[in-house]
Design a protein around this ligand. Structure first.
Ligand code: HEM
Length: 227
């Protein structure tokens, strides 16, 4: 004798003559489907509809706007914060030498004299014991009318050591104590190399010194031991 059980929803019921066959339908089917979403249509687009490119472009525009405003208001590209990387002259120079492989300058004294800040559009260079630095970022000090304009466009190594700014504007250091001169010159070279506004551009090559050596003069050293 078979016991009759109550059908459940998933059962299939068939009538065969007098009999009613109830078949338990086991549905154990798994399936997956893929519904395309917006993200897969364009993987660079966020849920808001902005692409990564839109975000980068907007940030770039804001940076450009900020830098331009800063330049017109403060005269610097980063609201007064200055490093070599905010100095367009340094960036140009670095690209030329580090990326394009351009050689460093090799100037004569006459060629160096062109860069004394009196010619519009030309950089301002200062020579110190054969090394030449671009100081265009500080025209108030080295440009015409500036307190150290006399150092621009020449190598006044002697004055860098003695402090005699009227008589010693020359690279000729004959007659001075060689150790003191070497220490003073190295100190000022280090000053220009470490300064974030200035950078090394090459060398100036002097002729052999001849004639009478400059007269001895002892001015004042830079107070506070700057170098
Ligand atoms: C060997 C003697 C000296 C040398 C070679 C020398 C050189 C310099 C140089 C190259 C600068 C410009 C620094 C820059 O680019 O920012 C400077 C700035 C200056 N020097 Fe002299 N200097 C000497 C002596 C003196 C003396 C004796 C005084 C004052 C009594 C003086 C007062 C100043 C002042 C006030 C500044 C401006 C500071 C600044 O704007 O950062 N210097 N000096």
């Amino acid at each position: 004798m078979s016991r009759r059980r109550a059908p459940v929803k998933s059962d299939r019921i068939e009538e065969l003559g007098d009999e009613e066959v109830i078949t338990r339908v086991e549905t154990n089917v798994s399936y997956s489907t893929t519904i395309p979403t917006k993200k897969t249509a364009s993987s660079n687009t966020t849920d808001n509809g902005f692409s990564l490119f839109d975000i980068i472009r907007s940030l770039g525009f804001l940076l450009f706007l900020g830098a331009t405003l800063s330049y017109y208001i403060t005269g610097t590209w980063a609201w007064g914060y200055e490093t070599q990387l905010t100095n367009p002259a340094y960036l140009r120079h670095s690209f030329k030498h580090n990326i394009l492989g351009a050689p460093y300058l090799n100037l004569t004294d006459d060629q160096l004299s062109v860069y004394d800040g009196t010619r519009a559009g030309e950089p301002i260079y200062v020579g110190v014991g054969g090394k030449v630095y671009d100081v265009s970022a500080n025209p108030l000090t080295y440009g015409p009318g500036g307190p150290y304009h006399f150092f621009a466009g020449r190598d006044a190594a002697r004055a860098f050591s003695t402090g005699c700014f009227q008589t010693d504007l020359t690279w000729d250091v004959r007659g001075l104590d060689p150790d003191t001169v070497a220490k003073d010159i190295r100190g000022w070279q280090r000053f220009f190399e470490k300064n974030k506004k200035y950078f090394y551009v090459g060398q100036v090559v002097h002729p052999e010194p001849s004639g009478e050596p400059p007269k001895f003069c002892q001015g004042q050293k830079m107070p506070g031991g700057r170098h």
